[in-house]
Each structure stands twice: as structure tokens, then as C-alpha cells.
Design a protein around this ligand. Structure first.
Ligand code: SF4
Ligand code: SF4
Length: 455
């Protein structure tokens, strides 16, 4: 009888303890079999940017997998402390490339982020910055409203004064980080004049759709224009549906599940009935997400198959051009030979396993010498909106990346992702380095058109 009482007490105590520990909810928690595939060897640690900067096990892939395991088993809570270790992950996927056991950390962190967003309340400052980001950045039409204000902010020198006083950094390091990567607003940011269909030059080889991106279309419109010219010059008829919006990369990487699903569906619908052979994207982060629609819409009976079919049609521009082969003659970009360095964007290198193709394209341009930086596979710290949410870690990584790129002696940096370009430009400026950062498609377009680059 006594024994039985004790046993009941012990059970009740255990039950009470478990009730107190707030874990993952039942909706798609990180899968235990994926967690169990980690053999804890630690090979991934040295390639993990957050571990490199923060230096703590819990901010490494292995540490985060330990946390997921403990939360799944009710031994640790999903709370502010564990959340901060998940938040410190850049989602760069370098650990996926490195892991000898084939641990699918991408699936694990993708399952964890929506759990955090659903179950862990954000503090006031976090809420504000996240509300701004998620309600503004994925919507080009909303962003457009702010363009004239931002133009005035820059042209009247208000930005320079604010930066010089350090006021914004004092008020909010995250808002200051946002300001520090704000690209220059130019007249091209206001132009949105693509026809629905742009004919191929010469014999038509393919009919392709082009995704314009949200930030890319406003702040990097020359990259989109160059991409369209390169495609048409190489025999592609280009289709650009006006209804397309954001690819969903931004909310998907931050665990904003519903928003990501709504944007993915809108993208699928906008390309429905366009009868294109492929859907082309020139931004690394967007390309990775477009290829993930099958997963993002896995629980949607109507869109699950459509998502998979859409993703099967998606090609990164460089991947596509290597597959179809360039048919246009190429010219020198400068009077002398040009030494340049290509910066691997994580969502191309680790996310899509695309590293050779951009180099193959660039090497076809006459007079190009391509350099390789140390730590080419290490994230630059941009990682979507990571450099706004975690500016200190991002700044250290940005500094290291720029040092490594500059140490190659290159006279120009080629970057295939808008976020990486902004991050690298910021740290070039901070180091007082005046060197151009261009998308490989801009370089190819210049080469096709015989335009020389003014270094
Ligand atoms: S994720 Fe892979 S590399 Fe990292 S500790 Fe686990 S098994 Fe080793
Ligand atoms: S995704 Fe990148 S930052 Fe996150 S654990 Fe893997 S290597 Fe580290």
C-alpha cells in the first residue's frame, strides 16, 4: 500500500513536471527519426557560422539538434532561452553540406521555426521589427509607397546625418542595421515596365517565365533587366506575369507558415496557364524557396501537387544557362584582363548544390580571371533578414567575408543574391573599399552587349 502511494506520488510529480514544460505542439514537430540520425560527431561545427562567431555548443547544428531532441522528449522547454539558440541559426545549410551522416538539418530547422512562432511570444521590440519586416518586405506594392520617402531621406542627406550621430543605433540596433543595408534609391526603382511577353532574339529555343522577386524588383531592377536580356539574346521567349508577388522566402525562413503558404499559392496561380518550359529565378534565396513549394504546401490538398509541379519547373538562371548553352558571342568587360571573385550564396551552394555553374558562366567571358576566396562556403551574414534581426553576429560574418574576398586581389565581386550584395557592400563601405559588386547576369549582359565596365 505504501509502495503504491509512493508510486502514485512519483507519477503525479512527473506528470506535473511535464505539464510545466512547454514543448512543441502536435503540428509537425521536428521528426524524431531525423533527430536520431545525428551521431553527434561534431564535423558540422567548424562550418557553422553561428558557432564560429558565438562559440557555444547550443549555437551549433549539433547543439540545436540536442535541444530539439530534449524538447521533443519533454526534457527541455520551448522557451525564451531555447528560442534564442534557434534564432541564432542563419539557416545557411552549411551543416547539411558537411554532415557525413546525411542529417537533414534543413527539415529539422524548417519544422522548428513555425513551432517557435506559434508557441513562443516575442518581446515588444522583437514584435515591432518583425511586424515591419513581414508586413512590408514581401509586398512590392506596399514597399513602393515608401520609395519616395526613402528617396528624400537619402537625397536630402538625412540618412548621412542620422548615421553620423549614431542615434538610430542607440534607439534600436536593429533599425540601424536595417538602415545600414538600405540600397541607394534610384529612378530605376520607380520603373516597373515589363511587357507580359518579350520575344526571343533569333530562333526561339525555349519559352520561360521569370520571377522578379520583391526586394529585387525594386532595388535591383538592373539585375532583372540584365537577366531578361541575357535570356532573350540566347533564344528564350520570356513571360513575366504581372500578378506575381513575393516567392515566400522571407516568411518561410522565419517560420511564418501561413504567410509563406499564401504567397506560394499566389506565385503558382500567377504562372498557371503561361505554358512555359521553365521558371527562371536570378536570386539564390528565392530560388531555394521556389524549389521547396512541395514542402511548404505539403498539408494543402489543393496545392500540394501544384507546388511540386511548379518546383520541378524552377531553374536558377545560371543552372539553366549552363544546361542550354550560350549561343551569343561574348566580349571583354575591360580593356585589360579582369580579375574577379565569385561569392557563393548559401542558398545556391548549400541549398541548391549550385557552385560550378556560375563559375562556368563567368569563365566564358573573355579576359576573366576567376579567384577563389578562403572560406568560400561560409555565410556572409546576410541570410535573408538575419542581418536585421541579429546584427552583431551578422556584422562579424560580413567583416570576415569582405576580408576574404578582398584578400584574393580581385577588382570586382560577383554575387548571385541581392541580400548578399547588400551585406557585402555595407562591409566594403565600412572598410573604406571602393569595389563594385555585380550579379553574374549583369556581367554576362555587359559582355553580350560589348559594354565596358568602369572599375
Ligand atoms: S549534424 Fe551531422 S556532422 Fe553535425 S554532429 Fe550531427 S552527425 Fe555530426
Ligand atoms: S544552418 Fe548554418 S547557422 Fe544554422 S546550424 Fe546549420 S551551419 Fe549553423
Amino acid at each position: 500500500m505504501q509502495l503504491s502511494d509512493n508510486s502514485n506520488n512519483s507519477f503525479n510529480f512527473q506528470q506535473a513536471l511535464e505539464e510545466e514544460i512547454k514543448g512543441f505542439d502536435p503540428k509537425n514537430p521536428p521528426k524524431q527519426e531525423l533527430i536520431d540520425s545525428c551521431v553527434h560527431c561534431g564535423f558540422c561545427l567548424s562550418t557553422c557560422p553561428s558557432y564560429r562567431v558565438i562559440g557555444k555548443e547550443m549555437d551549433s547544428p549539433r547543439g540545436r539538434i540536442y535541444l530539439m531532441d530534449a524538447i521533443n522528449k519533454g526534457q527541455a522547454a520551448l522557451d525564451e532561452t531555447t528560442t534564442q539558440h534557434f534564432d541564432s541559426c542563419l539557416g545557411c545549410l552549411a551543416c547539411v553540406s558537411t554532415c557525413p551522416a546525411g542529417v537533414q538539418y534543413d527539415g529539422l530547422i524548417a519544422a522548428t521555426r513555425p513551432q517557435v512562432e506559434r508557441n513562443q511570444p516575442r518581446n515588444f521590440a522583437d514584435k515591432i521589427i518583425r511586424t515591419i519586416i513581414f508586413n512590408l518586405f514581401p509586398y512590392p506594392q506596399r514597399l513602393k509607397i515608401f520609395l519616395p520617402l526613402l528617396w528624400v531621406y537619402q537625397k536630402l542627406g538625412i540618412q548621412k546625418i542620422i548615421r553620423a550621430t549614431g542615434l538610430l543605433k542607440y534607439l534600436s540596433p536593429r533599425l540601424a542595421a536595417m538602415d545600414s543595408i538600405l540600397p541607394e534609391i534610384t529612378l530605376s526603382s520607380f520603373k516597373q515596365t515589363y511587357p507580359d511577353v518579350i520575344p526571343a532574339q533569333g530562333k526561339k529555343r525555349y519559352r520561360v517565365g521569370v520571377v522578379l522577386g520583391c526586394v529585387q524588383r525594386l532595388f535591383f531592377s538592373p539585375v532583372n533587366e540584365a537577366t531578361v536580356r541575357v535570356l532573350t539574346a540566347n533564344g528564350c521567349e520570356v513571360v513575366i506575369p504581372k500578378t506575381q508577388g513575393c516567392c515566400a522566402a522571407l516568411p518561410a525562413h522565419q517560420g511564418q507558415e501561413k504567410q509563406a503558404q499564401a504567397l506560394a499559392k499566389q506565385m503558382i496561380d500567377s504562372f498557371a496557364n503561361t505554358d512555359v518550359d521553365y521558371i527562371i529565378i536570378n536570386a539564390a534565396g528565392c530560388g531555394h524557396t521556389l524549389k521547396e513549394y512541395g514542402h511548404i504546401l505539403a498539408d494543402d490538398p489543393e496545392y500540394k501537387e501544384k507546388g511540386k509541379q511548379f518546383s520541378n519547373q524552377v531553374k536558377d538562371i545560371q543552372e539553366f544557362l549552363v544546361e542550354i548553352g550560350l549561343t551569343t558571342p561574348l566580349n571583354h568587360l575591360t580593356d585589360d584582363n579582369l580579375t574577379l571573385v565569385y561569392q557563393d550564396a548559401c542558398h545556391l551552394l548549400h541549398g541548391q548544390k549550385i557552385s560550378l555553374q556560375p563559375r562556368q558562366i563567368l569563365k566564358q567571358i573573355p579576359g576573366i580571371t576567376l579567384k577563389e576566396p578562403i572560406d568560400a562556403a561560409l555565410c556572409c551574414g546576410s541570410a535573408g533578414v538575419y542581418n536585421m534581426l541579429q546584427p552583431e553576429v551578422a556584422d562579424e560574418l560580413g567583416k570576415q567575408k569582405v576580408n576574404n574576398l578582398m584578400n584574393t586581389g580581385a577588382k570586382l565581386i560577383a554575387s548571385p543574391n541581392p541580400g548578399c550584395s547588400l551585406q557585402i557592400k555595407k562591409h566594403l563601405n565600412l572598410q573604406g573599399k571602393d569595389i563594385k559588386v555585380m550579379h553574374p547576369m549583369e556581367l554576362l549582359d555587359y559582355s553580350i552587349r560589348g559594354i565596358k565596365i568602369n572599375l
